[in-house]
Design a protein around this ligand. Sequence first.
Ligand code: ADE
Ligand code: ZN
Length: 345
Amino acid sequence: MNSTNLIDFIEQMPKAELHLHIEGSFEPELMFKIADRNKIKLKYKSVDELKSAYEFNNLQEFLDIYYAGANVLLTEEDFYDLTLAYFTRINSENVIHTEIMFDPQTHTDRGVKFGTVINGIKSAQEKAKAEFGISSKLIMSFLRHLDEQSAFNTLNQSLEFKHLITAVGLDSSELGNPPSKFKNVFAESKNKGFITVAHAGEEGPAEYVWEALKLLNVTRIDHGNKSLNDNKLVETLVKNKTPLTVCPLSNIRLKNVDKIENHPIKTMLDKGLIATINSDDPAYFGGYMNENYKAVFEALDLSKDDLYKLTLNSFNSTFLNTEEKSELINGLNDFFNNYDYQDKL
Ligand code: ADE
Ligand code: ZN
């Protein structure tokens, strides 16, 4: 048995990521490089000036900056570079499987072709599989601040690339844009064979989580924090084993949780919810997967069993088939059987 400390243990542990916006992994240095290449002038003079704008009081303040940053992405090469940079980073953090969200409307509304976006991402997925052995799936997210017709247009554009996309999702400004607004396009997405997920209960109320379950038939809830305000909903999520893709640093940076010591991840586990740890928009929120794990383990009284459960939950909640899941879970079990950690942080 090899012994280490908790930090090394978290860093070395094989992990899966289930909630990651590829546009949210756009690091300032790469943003400036691509802006330069495309002869686009950013509003900020330097990387440091841009980074100093990353202070958010709520989701909308973040989204305004996130969409502005995404505006410099124009070519297939841009989407390839963005996605490969994310894979390179998570490879160094021992993330071995990831399910990546992308927002086609953010790009097609600026005149970028759907194919340009997805072909760039796809090439990076192939490279990451070949070079790092990282497997991945794609989730096409509809922007909920736009209307349902726009989501239908996006769904239609995606059909030619259906073989590359596993699920559809719902993101952007939650308050005032309930899941019910998208029930028809989600029904049609299901008909076409897509799995469905949705952001719900990040800023919006528990009622939005009910709607995501009942009207969008989602397999997972992205965030879901506000579910804790509704006991009946918690009971339903536990009974149906519906995973929550929780994003601790995002919750702090968007002020959905006041401080990390008050993060509800432990409460979620104790209530029997299938909680998982994810990074959401790591370039904007101060860390990728390992930083998210470390933040909650530093602040909360989490045990080795909790660490195992959170990570096992992620592997079990992927869109992989049973055989593929077993292979990853066997690797996790080997890791836990062969390594231990001594001290708290
Ligand atoms: N798009 C990118 N990150 C998001 C988040 N945390 N919530 C909603 N939409 C998003
Ligand atoms: Zn998100």
